[in-house]
Design a protein around this ligand. Structure first.
Ligand SMILES: Cc1ncc(COP(=O)(O)O)c(C=O)c1O
Length: 379
C-alpha cells in the first residue's frame, strides 16, 4: 500500500448509499458522487474529540467559522467577502431548490445547461417553476456553452429570472474560463437575471495550470445578483454530515433566500460544524495528496476508454468521467450485468451517456475497468 487512498474500507458497516445500492450483488459501485476514502485525519480527530466530549444539544454556528470561511475563500481563490454574506446550509441540493424558490415566482422560469447534475433539472418540478434546459455544445467531448441559444431562449422567455450554473460542471468536468464566465455575465446583465452558481466541486480541480474563479469574482458588477453555493462535502468527503453554505452579498436577495428557508431548514448538525472547522483549517496537504491520487485514477480511466473506443471527457475537475456510450445498447444495464455500477446519463438529460466515479482505491478501479474491457470484448 503506497497511499492512504489505496486503503479499502467496509462501507456497508455504516450504510454507505453508494455501496448499499449493490449490496450482495458483487457489482462495483462507481456511481453517486462520494469517495471511497476516509476523511482527512484532522477531521477524524476533531470528530473523535467531539464524540468523546459527549454533549450533543442544539448547536450554534461556531464563533470562529465565519472568519475561517472568509479566510478560506481569500486564500483559495483570492475572493474577499463580508462575513454577513454567509448563509449556512445542511446541503446543496437544498440550496439549489431554495434559490429557485426564492428567485422565481410562480409562472417564472430558470435556465440551465445540460447534461447536468439531476437536481438542477428536478428543482423545476419540485418547486413548480419553469425550466429552460439548454444543451451544452459537445465538440469531441469538450463541452462549451451555446451563447447564441442562450440569448435566443432568454429573448423568447420573458419569465426567465434565474440562470443556474454548475462551475466546475458536473458531469462534464469543465472549469469555466474567465472569458466564459464574463460572457455569461454579459447575458445575465442584459436579461436582468439572478445567477445561482453551484461551485461545490471548486476544490477538485486536477491540472495545476487551472484555478477556480468564482462567478461573482469574475463579474464583480454582478456580485449583488449572485448566489454562490459551496460546501466541504465533496472535497473532504463529508457529504454524510450535510455541510454547506451560500454566499449572498446582496442583503435583499439574502433575505429572500432566508425567507424561503424559514422553519423548514434545520441548522447544520453539531458534527457537521466540527468537521467543517477542521476541513477548513488543517487539510490542505491532504487535499493536495488527494488531487495527485485522483489524477492517477483519471489517467487510468482515460487510457482504458481510449482502448475501448469510448469517447470520454478530459476531466479538468471533479472525480467524475463522462462517457459517450450511445453505441452500446442499454449501456447502463449492460455494464451492471458485467459487474460495474455507473450513473445513467438519462436523468442528467443525456441518454446513452454514463458517468463513472473514479474516487476509489486504484485496485478497485482497475478491476472495474477490466470488467468493462471484458464485457466489451464479448459483444
Ligand atoms: C453540483 C453538485 N451540487 C450539489 C451536490 C450535492 O450536494 P449536497 O450533498 O450538499 O446536497 C452535488 C453532489 O454530487 C453536486 O455534484
Amino acid at each position: 500500500m503506497n497511499s492512504p487512498f489505496d486503503q479499502t474500507h467496509n462501507h456497508l458497516a455504516w450504510h454507505s448509499s453508494k455501496w448499499e445500492k449493490y449490496r450482495d450483488t458483487g457489482i462495483i459501485p462507481l456511481w453517486v458522487a462520494d469517495m471511497d476514502f476516509a476523511v482527512p485525519p484532522a477531521v477524524q480527530t476533531a470528530l473523535a474529540a467531539h464524540v468523546e466530549h459527549g454533549v450533543l444539544g442544539y448547536t450554534r454556528v461556531p464563533r470562529n467559522l465565519p472568519q475561517l470561511t472568509q479566510q478560506y475563500l481569500q486564500r483559495q481563490y483570492g475572493w474577499a467577502i463580508d462575513e454577513v454574506s454567509l448563509v449556512w446550509l445542511p446541503g446543496l441540493v437544498l440550496g439549489i431548490n431554495l434559490a429557485v424558490r426564492a428567485v422565481c415566482a410562480e409562472g417564472d422560469a430558470y435556465a440551465t445547461f445540460t447534461p447536468v447534475y439531476p437536481p438542477f433539472l428536478d428543482a423545476a418540478k419540485n418547486q413548480a417553476r419553469g425550466l429552460i434546459a439548454l444543451p451544452l455544445i459537445n465538440q469531441a467531448m469538450d463541452f462549451g456553452i451555446d451563447f447564441a441559444a442562450l440569448e435566443s431562449s432568454l429573448a423568447a422567455n420573458p419569465h426567465a429570472r434565474l440562470l443556474l450554473i454548475c462551475h466546475p460542471h458536473n458531469p462534464v468536468g469543465k472549469v469555466w474560463s474567465a472569458d466564459e464566465l464574463r460572457q455569461l455575465g454579459t447575458v445575465v446583465a442584459r436579461h436582468d437575471l439572478i445567477v445561482c452558481s453551484d461551485e461545490v466541486h471548486c476544490d477538485l480541480i486536477l491540472p495545476d495550470t487551472l484555478k477556480h474563479l468564482p462567478f461573482a469574482l469574475a463579474n464583480p458588477e454582478l456580485a449583488a445578483r449572485t448566489i454562490t453555493l459551496m460546501g466541504m462535502g465533496k472535497t473532504y468527503n463529508i457529504a454524510g454530515l450535510g455541510v454547506a453554505f451560500a454566499v449572498i452579498e446582496n442583503a435583499e436577495l439574502r433575505a429572500k433566500f432566508r425567507t424561503a428557508m424559514a422553519h423548514l431548514v434545520p441548522d447544520i448538525n453539531a458534527f457537521g460544524y466540527t468537521a467543517m472547522l477542521a476541513a477548513m483549517s488543517d487539510c490542505e496537504p491532504w487535499r493536495q495528496e488527494l488531487l495527485t491520487y485522483l489524477r492517477g485514477n483519471r489517467d487510468c480511466v482515460v487510457a482504458t476508454m481510449k482502448r475501448l473506443k469510448i469517447a470520454v471527457t478530459r476531466v479538468d475537475a471533479t472525480y467524475l468521467a463522462w462517457l459517450d456510450c450511445r453505441h452500446i445498447p442499454d449501456a447502463h444495464a449492460f455494464f451492471e450485468q458485467h459487474g460495474v455500477g455507473l450513473s445513467n446519463g438519462a436523468p442528467f438529460g443525456a441518454a446513452g451517456f454514463l458517468r463513472l466515479n473514479f474516487a476509489c482505491p486504484r485496485d478497485l478501479l482497475n478491476e472495474a475497468l477490466q470488467r468493462m474491457t471484458r464485457a466489451l470484448a464479448i459483444i
